[in-house]
Design a protein around this ligand. Structure first.
Ligand code: PAF
Length: 281
């Protein structure tokens, strides 16, 4: 596995692969890899002749007061995990390489960035959309794989690829969960043992909500109420939002009469956890 740290070397490698008609599949990450990331890498392997993974903790998607400096990092371990998955290139640029001084241009996916996580993390999705655009311009992938845990992020990236006419196919990968249901996330490492246990209220309340929906409940506020009352039983958990939205536009729904997503964000200790379930009739 090659490690590439500069934009010019990365682009040069990808251009050479493209000249050989090889399909490049790309998995952007912020490192501190877990099994969920490795599932994305394996999905990339199935879709591409070459697999590129980036590790870049993107400062612009952290709001002031968020966990940028303390975000978990372990490059040596990530390197070993990716080498074992036969990744072709690990792209690992420095912050100054991606954001040289004097930058003025940002990518804003305006409407989709407003609700859900966007409401409490101003600027977050602008940072994500900007860095993903940059990474696509550098890595030149044919296809890129993103986890569905960050459901809003995935919809925003689909929209930006459409809006900016980028020739990259976006593939969503189902949420990868621990055996007890907790959605895998690098931020799970923040959880103390009792918080880790409390964090099960996210996936468990989503499952209860899905059962209610399967039994015929289509009135969104009733399902949201159930989720809120389940999470309220857990004293260590503080709900940020629980919402049911149109899965594409992310407009909030009252009646679930089309493909919808039940999405939530909950704070447990210093971890802000998100999870979601697609509701399909
Ligand atoms: O999902 C993530 O890890 C990040 O938001 C991404 C897509 C790598 C952009 O920094």
């Amino acid at each position: 596995m090659q490690i590439i740290e500069t934009i010019s070397a990365m682009r040069g490698w990808s251009e050479a692969e493209r000249r050989q008609n090889r399909l490049i599949a790309f998995v952007p990450t912020m490192g501190f890899l877990h099994e969920g990331h490795l599932c994305l890498v394996r999905a990339a392997r199935k879709r591409g002749d070459r697999v590129v993974v980036s590790i870049f903790v993107n400062p612009t998607q952290f709001s002031p007061g968020e966990d940028f400096a303390g975000y978990p990092r372990n490059f040596a371990r990530d390197h070993e995990l990716l080498a074992n998955e036969n990744v072709d290139v690990l792209f690992h640029p420095a912050v100054e390489e991606i954001y040289p001084a004097g930058g003025q241009t940002h990518v804003d996916v305006e409407k989709l960035s407003l609700p859900l996580c966007g409401a409490s993390r101003p600027g977050h999705f602008r940072g994500v959309a900007t860095v993903v655009t940059k990474l696509f311009n550098i890595v030149l992938p044919h296809v890129a794989i993103f986890g569905e845990k960050d459901f809003q992020q995935l919809q925003i990236i689909r929209q930006l690829v459409r809006d900016l006419s980028m020739g990259v196919e976006i593939v969503g990968h189902p949420i990868v969960r621990e055996p007890d249901g907790l959605a895998m996330s690098s931020r799970n490492s923040y959880l103390a043992p009792e918080e880790r246990l409390a964090a099960l209220c996210l996936s468990q309340s989503l499952c209860k909500a899905e059962r209610l929906f399967r039994r015929g409940e289509t009135y969104a506020p009733a399902i949201v109420r159930l989720v809120l009352s389940e999470i309220a039983k857990q004293p260590l958990a503080a709900v940020e939002y629980v919402k049911i939205c149109d899965a594409q536009t992310l407009d909030e729904l009252e009646e679930i009469n089309r493909l919808a997503v039940l999405a939530l964000a909950v704070r447990i200790g210093r971890a802000r956890l998100i999870d979601n379930k697609t509701l399909r009739q």
